[in-house]
Structures are given as structure tokens and as C-alpha cells.
Design a protein around this ligand. Sequence first.
Ligand SMILES: Cc1cc2nc3c(=O)[nH]c(=O)nc-3n(C[C@H](O)[C@H](O)[C@H](O)COP(=O)(O)OP(=O)(O)OC[C@H]3O[C@@H](n4cnc5c(N)ncnc54)[C@H](O)[C@@H]3O)c2cc1C
Length: 338
Amino acid sequence: MIVQQNVSLKPYNTFGIDENAGFLAIVDSTDDLDEIFGSGSFRSQRKMILGGGSNVLFTRGFTGVVVKNEIKGIHIFKESDAEVFVSVGAGENWHQFVLWSVERGFGGVENLSLIPGTVGAAPMQNIGAYGTELREVFHSLEAYEIKSGKLITFYKEDCRFDYRYSVFKGELKDQFVIIKVNLRLKKNPEFNLSYKGVQEALTQMGVSTPTLKNVSQAIINIRHSKLPDPVDIGNAGSFFKHPVIEKLHFEALEAQFPDVKSYPVDADSVKIPAGWLIERAGWKGYKAGEFGVHDKQALVLINLGNARGRDIFKLSNQIQKSVQQQFGIELEREVNVI
Ligand SMILES: Cc1cc2nc3c(=O)[nH]c(=O)nc-3n(C[C@H](O)[C@H](O)[C@H](O)COP(=O)(O)OP(=O)(O)OC[C@H]3O[C@@H](n4cnc5c(N)ncnc54)[C@H](O)[C@@H]3O)c2cc1C
């Protein structure tokens, strides 16, 4: 285990926020976790778990121990003619794992290509993109219980997955370190090309009968064209969740704004694209010094250089307020504010 003291977190979060951690511990085994949580000098310190830092906003320094998960390893633990069960260390890079699967012809995660971050964080908010969510391929996970040091297995039902939600973001928040995720992939996958733009991207690639690799590449192409790369512009992807509102509310909104889009949720409610609301409220392309709102995707708040996390947080408050005032809709943050 590597432990450093008084470390800048700038290289460890995709927003590129320059706040310090009292300690940064790079862990790659459960023994390391025992050392951090169970004994010795770190016992009394506050702790936070960090993966790739692509879904966090540091609004201040973290005085305790930032525990960066680098538990690695990918192996197949069960296989049939139709399926393969893969166990993946929480510290593996998510996109590299997707490429590993695509390379071997294992389908189910191709629509989740190029999502930044680690495998261990993927169940936290049930990552999703282009009509697919992690829960569709999720089998189980192994987690280290912080208070007891025990390893506990969580199956799909235990995780209570929902839209950008799991029990680890809710009632079990800060109680477990996910160390391994087990996924169930298909050897003869049916592709989900239903999401707007996927078919179009394939056509642009000159592909009429797509392979797994083609679909993954189409998603990569779409993402490159739409989202800012954190290497160039600090960001954490979608800052807010898409709000779910009652159908009656939607009908009133549609009467006023005929171009508003919606996605069905159930008989009584629909989901509205948060980016549309933010754009309509006039924030798209907004800039204030070192931070602002991306000019191509209003759902993405950006650090243009040396922004403070607290300024981006304040901006998110202003956006929430103005969307509430104009549309009577409450935006909920997707990003974890520290
Ligand atoms: C450009 C860009 C595009 C994105 N697009 C998408 C998208 O399409 N869909 C989507 O769902 N998300 C998207 N995201 C958000 C982000 O990539 C995902 O939420 C990702 O799963 C976060 O992984 P991470 O390792 O970076 O987590 P971190 O940001 O390091 O952590 C996120 C949260 O999980 C906790 N955590 C992390 N690892 C563990 C662990 N092993 N055990 C327990 N808790 C843990 C942290 O404490 C924190 O609360 C995007 C982000 C960016 C920057």
C-alpha cells in the first residue's frame, strides 16, 4: 500500500479541482483495507473511497484519508454456450473492461463504452448510457464492510438499482467498499440500437450489419462528438439527473413549450431531459471566469482551468433555482459533492 501525506487531488478527479487530501492511500487488496479501516494510525481519521474521480466535486480539502481503490483482476468464473460470468476487480478501469469484453465477443456492456471511472463505482449509481444500464448485466458484487472488516456478497435484488441509484448511494452510503463486481455477459448478444443516434452513427461508419465492435465504436464516436473530454476541459459528465415529473405537469409544460422532449417512465410519469431544461433556462454556454456550462451540452458543468469546486457548486445551486422558478421542476445532482 502506498500512503502519501498532504496530496493535491487535482490529478485524481476529472473536474481537475485542486484541493488537498490529508492522506492519499492507494489500496490494492483487502489486507490494505484492514490496515486503513481496522487498525493503526488511520483508525480515527475520516475516510472517503475514490475510484477514478469522475463523479465527484471536491468543494473543500479532505482532512482525512482518501482511499483510492486499485484492486485489480479480471477472470471468468462460470461459462455456458450462451453466457459468461466475469469477475472484475473494483479498481479496473471501466472502459478498458468494456474493450476486454468486446474483444472476446462478450456482449451486454458495449453501449456503456467510454464511460470514465472504475468498475467498482459502476454499481454505485447503476451507470447507464444509450438505452443500457449496468443492472441489465449485473450478477453480484463483493463488498468490504467498513465497521466489521467482513466481506459480504450483494446480489442484484440487494442492490436496489434504480435510475442512477443503488442502495450504496442511499441507506448503505459510506458503509462498504466495493472490491469486486460480477457480471453476466452474452456470447451471442442482441444489440440495443434503439437510442437516438446509434443507428445514425453506424450508418456514418458505413455499417449495415453491425458487429459488437462496430456498436462499441459507434458509441465511442457519438460520445467523442458530444461530450467534452476531461483531459481538455474538467467535468464530471452529467451534473444533474433527468427529473421525473407527473404526466399532468408535463402536459402543461408541453402546451407552453411544444419542443419539450420526454421519455416514458410509467402510466403517470415521464422523464424530461435535464439538459433541455437548463438550456431553456438560458444557461447553455454560460461562463464566469474559470467555470461555466458547456456550450454543446448544458447538462455538463465545466472547469475552464483553476476553478474552485465551491464555485461550481454555487453555479449548480443557481441553475437549480432558475429551473425551479421557470418550470416548477426540481433538479437533483448526479455528481457526489464532497
Ligand atoms: C465525461 C464523462 C462522461 C460520463 N458519462 C456517464 C454516463 O454516460 N453514464 C453514467 O452513468 N455516468 C457517466 N459519468 C459519470 C462517471 O463516469 C460514473 O459515475 C463512474 O461510474 C464513476 O466512476 P469513478 O470510479 O470515477 O467514481 P468516483 O468519482 O471516484 O466515485 C463516485 C462515488 O462512488 C464512490 N465509490 C467509488 N468507488 C467505490 C468503491 N469501490 N466502493 C465504494 N464506493 C465507491 C465514491 O466514494 C463516490 O461517492 C461520466 C463522467 C464523465 C467525466
